[in-house]
Ligand binder design. Structure first.
Ligand SMILES: Nc1ncnc2c1ncn2[C@@H]1O[C@H](COP(=O)(O)OP(=O)(O)OP(=O)(O)O)[C@@H](O)[C@H]1O
Ligand SMILES: [Mg+2]
Length: 251
């Protein structure tokens, strides 16, 4: 059963068409990974699926509800089931690491202060940041900020998690560990994942299905195995980092 879907969705910013006639169904419990060259609309697609970007045309369904027809009050219970890691992390600069994780939990209003602290500590530790507990975001490295953003999204036990570039700026070993953790928690909580990454090793590690945003469209490339063997030249050029042919204009 689909948990989110886009039907004939078109997204424009000012007069620029970013995505045109996108059709996509995300199944409950799957890990869907979006790949594609920079600036083509991966973040825009992720934000459209999570209801944060309003398309000019088409329909967005989240949990079978037609998203754009709902009031904010009707959207709220669904939004509470979502966790988002933004590409730029969107951390609270004036909060310490532990406070960054604790704050959304306090906002939920369902846990005691002690429970919140324990949970925040658990997730800080899970991303290897226990030592940075009382530091502020500008006192930690870029990779640590990314891990903090992930811990903050995960601590909400979301049913649907959106990760925009979760391993950007991480070294290969930390990147693999972070994806291991994301998969471990996904299996434990039976959640649904939509992730953007251009790190093909991590895409293969995480994905049930992969789709590539290119030329305003979404090219479904299939399972990791199918993606590796995909006949479309643009896919092969992209996954092998080979910028000859049509992608040459990007260099
Ligand atoms: N809020 C916005 N207002 C205007 N233009 C936007 C906005 N968000 C995105 N764009 C434009 O839409 C296009 C796609 O942007 P998007 O961020 O989705 O790309 P991306 O594939 O995620 O790129 P990257 O790999 O660099 O993160 C870009 O040309 C960008 O400038
Ligand atoms: Mg992006």
């Amino acid at each position: 059963m689909s948990i989110m879907s886009l039907q004939n969705v078109k997204v424009c910013f000012e007069s620029q068409v970013i995505l045109k006639s996108i059709n996509l169904e995300i199944k409950r419990g799957e890990a869907f990974v979006i790949i594609g060259p920079s600036g083509q609309g991966k973040t825009t697609l992720l934000k459209t699926l999570s209801g944060l970007v309003t398309p000019q045309n088409g329909k967005v369904f989240i949990e079978q509800k037609e998203w754009l027809t709902l009031s904010f009050k009707e959207q709220l219970p669904v939004l509470r089931k979502m966790g988002i890691l933004f590409q730029k992390n969107a951390l609270f600069d004036s909060f310490t690491c532990i406070e960054n994780i604790a704050f959304p939990l306090q906002e939920l209003g369902t846990l005691t202060e002690r429970e919140i602290e324990k949970k925040a500590e658990y997730f800080l530790d899970a991303v290897g940041m226990a030592h940075a507990r009382d530091l502020f975001p500008d006192e930690i490295s870029g990779g640590m900020q990314k891990r903090l953003g992930i811990a903050r999204a995960l601590a909400l036990d979301p049913e649907i998690i959106f990760y925009d570039d979760p391993t950007a700026g991480l070294d290969p070993i930390t990147a693999k560990k972070i994806i291991d953790l994301i998969i471990f928690l996904k299996n434990q909580q039976d959640s649904t994942i939509v992730a953007v990454t251009n790190d093909m090793n991590r895409a293969y590690q995480l994905a049930d299905r992969i789709g590539m945003v290119i030329d305003g469209g979404l090219l479904m490339t299939g399972t990791p195995e199918e993606t590796r063997n995909h006949p479309d030249l643009r896919v092969q050029q992209f996954i092998h980092g080979n910028l000859t042919g049509p992608l040459n204009a990007m260099t």
